[in-house]
Design a protein around this ligand. Sequence first.
Ligand code: CP3
Length: 382
Amino acid sequence: MILSPRHPLQAGLTHDSRLVRAYRGERSDTTPVWFMRQAGRSLPEYRELRVGTRMLDACLDPAMAAEITLQPVRRHRVDAGIFFSDIVVPLKLVGVDVEIQPGKGPVFGRAYGDAAGVAELTAIDPALLDETSAPIAEAVERTIAELATLTSPGAPTSTPLIGFAGAPFTLAAYLTEGGPSKDHLAARTLMHADPGAWRALMEWTAELTGRFLRTQVLAGASAAQLFDSWAGALSLADYEAHVAPASAAALAHVHDLEYEVPGADAAVAAARRSVPVVHFGVGTGELLGAMRGVGVDVVGVDYRVPLDVAALRVGEGVPLQGNLDPALLAAPWPVLERAVREVLRRGRVAPAHVFNLGHGVPPETDPESLTRVVELVHEAGR
Ligand code: CP3
């Protein structure tokens, strides 16, 4: 399906941005940069805006979600906005009892770690999202309207918005446990103890999270990132057998969304491209090849595997995103500077590189450090 004429990719506003060019494997004037969790507690303007509003209420308030998404773009001049939301938002939108507790993460009214729990969840029709996603679409629309006015220096196009969703396994890790856990034991037990219930849970979650991602892309996101944050807890064999098919099913909800490449000769049928998709997880060094294999354009790498090593694991021709250790953001500038240059150097092995952290921005980060990193990447990443 072709995206609407107003979509930034179809309108030709973001196709030639640094980010989208890198995601299709091309290098441009310099290396694009954005940060996972660039919106959030490291910014005083975020903390001020959030006073008195619970996390999930902020996600469902279109004006607030748009404003929070834009704050780091205005401040740091990063090459992309990442939509302010959360991986559990689609669960909330279909009526699952979930809250986000500060300092802890998503907490559910119960754990869904057995067949009865899974049956309770899968009785909910994921298509319910069609009726409840309006605040998400509206927040995306408000965000891209202002992003069209925020061009990166040297990149005379609209700043693209990245949409995102949690991968089925990462959501299942929270659902089966009823909240955050260290080793995701409940999920790893269920996949072997009751493979039928596991498959049902993964299929349901894939459809729900896939629809959430599709809503963001239809409303104007120029790229999509699937976070399988906790997949690194799995062996390669378990990942391939019990998880990868569900991630592929989630992404099928966006793979058919295409745009016509601007400038294509009017006499010839316009070349079509699908919206670029990035796949990221923490501690997934052993899984990088398999994560690429679920059908993504770009692989996000955490800080444990150097980018040149990651390039060998994902295979030739795949753009990479990453992977400065977030801990370095609190180091003295000369140490941080050296580490940024080292990430850029190793990233040159890939056809294209999008600079990012190896995981999210720590809440206590001095925002000045992030702005300096953006400036350095733009200057040294030429
Ligand atoms: O800038 C961005 O990256 C945009 C928004 C974003 C949030 N959550 C906002 C958020 C994104 C992409 C996410 C995804 C997300 N949520 C993931 C995948 C990425 C990852 O970090 O691995 C996961 C695992 C979650 C679940 C979750 N939500 C956790 C673990 C937490 C942190 C809890 C805490 O307080 O330490 C949340 C809450 C959350 N999501 C916050 C933000 C800004 C903090 C809430 C606050 O500011 O009160």
